[in-house]
Unconditional design. Structure first.
Length: 151
């Protein structure tokens, strides 16, 4: 099953532009770049802030599993396992946002990159700002199932 998800995630990048997904979840065009402040992470589902990567981050996997839709279930997940739900990181802590509406708050974190990067809580993601999509072990970092937030 995990292999099927990884293959599907790889195909997403070749079939769809990440720009088309930015309006499908709150603050999709203004997700903070945890590697460079102040800056945004345009390619939210990828391990590179500005372009397609073969390996997708955990938020991309969960977005795929939710049929590319922002749902209460996706909002309540903590895709990157950093202790904050996707909704909290993307400015929709109440999980009430819908396409075309202004989110309740600005995005305050990245839903697919565990923060703070390099912390003991985030080491299992194998991501670092100095190697981005080329970090050793990254290909094995996508967990097999959705994660629920702590809230």
């Amino acid at each position: 099953m995990e292999r099927i998800i990884v293959v599907a995630l790889c195909l997403i990048g070749t079939s769809f532009s990440y720009k088309s997904f930015q309006s499908a979840f709150p603050n999709g065009k203004s997700v903070p770049n945890p590697c460079l402040t102040p800056a945004v992470w345009d390619a939210v589902g990828h391990y590179n802030p500005s372009r397609h990567t073969i390996f997708k981050n955990p938020f991309a996997r969960d977005f795929l599993l939710n049929n590319f839709k922002w749902t209460p279930a996706l909002c309540l997940m903590d895709s990157d396992n950093d202790g904050r739900t996707n909704g909290e990181e993307l400015g929709d802590p109440s999980c009430v946002w819908s396409v075309g509406r202004t989110p309740e708050f600005p995005a305050s974190g990245h839903p697919g990159i565990c923060e703070p990067i390099g912390s003991s809580q985030c080491r299992s993601q194998h991501f670092a700002c100095d190697c981005l999509e080329n970090c050793p072990g990254l290909e094995n970092a996508i967990p097999s199932g959705p994660h629920r937030g702590n809230h």
